[in-house]
Write a new protein. Structure first.
Length: 317
């Protein structure tokens, strides 16, 4: 091999070596801004503690890096994600966050976000909560906790740039009691006209943390007579309501001629012949009205779980 060819090969090898070395050691700058004093980790390597709102300037190899930014003022508030560093350029990144402006009645409640391990402080407090992926909507648990009071829990939607203002009302446990319902068969449980529970297969249901005092409880199930009871709830105690529901009955009404207007207990039910279901056992007034015939009034007795048949021949006027 002549000297000229040796020199050419050497230059090619040298160029390739310099290219590879340049690729390995190519760097760019990453500047991170956060509202709180925060620690920064890059590719699981601790980069130090940096003061809030002051850009953290890092010289990193070009490429994609996994970055974590953790607030030291709002414990548990952390941003994480991938950031691209471009050779010879500066990439600026502002940590996305939402603001919690939190108060409670009474004051001094412990505030936890996401879980019990992320509790930045007590009310009143303003928290800058870092939100991973700024364009994504997160729903995390926000809990207010105080000894002797019922936790106040909500699930706010978190998005960068939003401000959430909460004034949580914490209910004193001394002012609350529980209700335990045993019903045969199982039924829907309404308290003060609001659905609160459905009895399980054993016919039991629990309604917890009711205000001390008298409440109206309604037990309702299709095919059974709705039952309404008044119950007294006492402080930190469980009141038991045991109720057996009565099956409804059916009234079958026919007339000669057909097509008479049927009223049961004063309520229009349609034209005969007609089946009227879900009637409470006992006596019910029946009225039949048809043009050209005398009005017919009677009383029919309905039995639980049975069908009572009433056949009426109308008298012409």
């Amino acid at each position: 091999m002549n000297n000229k060819r040796k020199v050419t090969i050497s230059l090619v090898v040298l160029s390739l070596f310099l290219f590879l070395v340049g690729s390995v050691f190519a760097t760019g700058t990453l500047q991170i801004t956060a509202p709180d004093d925060s620690t920064v980790w890059v590719d699981s390597q601790y980069m130090g503690l940096h003061s809030g709102m002051t850009p953290v300037t890092l010289e990193l190899s070009a490429g994609t890096h996994y970055v974590e930014v953790a607030s030291q003022e709002s414990i548990g508030s952390t941003w994480w994600g991938n950031l691209d560093v471009v050779e010879g350029q500066t990439t600026a990144f502002d940590v996305p966050y939402t603001v919690f402006d939190l108060a409670s009645t009474p004051t001094g409640a412990r505030v936890c976000i996401r879980d019990n391990a992320a509790c930045p402080g007590v009310t009143p407090i303003v928290i800058n909560w870092y939100v991973p992926l700024a364009n994504t909507l997160y729903t995390w648990k926000l809990k207010f906790n105080m000894n002797g009071h019922l936790d106040n829990i909500t699930y706010p939607a978190l998005r960068s740039g939003d401000t959430h203002v909460f004034n949580a009302n914490l209910r004193n446990l001394d002012n609350l009691g529980n209700l335990y319902v045993i019903t045969t068969p199982g039924a829907y449980v309404y308290v003060n006209n609001v659905w609160r529970a459905t009895a399980n297969s054993a016919g039991t249901a629990a309604v917890n943390y009711l205000d001390v005092g008298t409440h109206t409880v309604r037990l309702q199930k299709s095919g059974y007579v709705t039952r309404t009871e008044s119950v007294l709830i006492t402080s930190r105690q469980t009141t038991t309501l045991n109720a057996t529901l009565v099956q409804t009955g059916t009234l079958s009404v026919s007339s000669t001629p057909t097509g008479a207007q049927l009223y049961v207990d004063g309520v229009y039910k349609g034209l005969t012949t007609r089946f009227v279901t879900n009637l409470a056992p006992g006596e019910h007034t029946v009225r039949l009205v048809k043009t050209g015939y005398q009005e017919h009034n009677t009383v029919a007795t309905v039995n639980s779980g049975q069908t009572t048949t009433l056949a009426v021949t109308l008298t012409p006027q």
